[in-house]
Design a protein around this ligand. Sequence first.
Ligand code: CA
Length: 226
Amino acid sequence: MKILLVEDEPAIAAVVAQGLRQAQYLVETAEDGREGLRRALEEQFSLIVLDLMLPGLDGLEVCRGLRERRRTTPILMLTARDAVPDRVRGLETGADDYLPKPFEFPELLARVGALLRRDRIHKSRRIRVADMEIDTATRRVTRGGQEIALTPREYSLLEALAGREGQTLTRELIQEQIWMDEDSFSNTVDVYVGSLRRKIDAGRPQRLIQTVHGVGYRLVAPEEAR
Ligand code: CA
């Protein structure tokens, strides 16, 4: 699998590229946003690791440029630590996940693995995360083989979270793009996540739904949670 790394800081680019190559990925690098966008449009990559602060075009512009041209390649955005507005903007622009700098390489590797796995799962009709299985054709949900009854709104929330495993969904995105609902208050999302958690996670050793403080929610298999 081939990964494009767009990063202008040589020390970080070298560490990340070397680590990914050791993990058996093919890695190509670009040092500025313009070159990154050009390469991403011309070649086929399994995933793009994209720094936010770049000369030429910044990460948000690169991301937008790809999504506007309907390129769905998963994007992991590298952001500044604790810059919540940057993360939200990145996700809204079409990044699939973000990782604040400075990060430990194993965390980047775990995020890359989760995004690639999610991308493969998303292309099939059956979504499996840990012992949970969703049949998107019949909208049937089971955990440990036990069927779980959900309301239509809970189901669409769960399918969106599980279908984008590891990716943080903002409350706004859930409200506007998944429920197609602009009128309700944003705390409605929190209410439905609460009821979904009671059905999916309560009383089980492995919790799948995580709160990403200040941003939204994500669903992740426990072995990939840190
Ligand atoms: Ca940078």
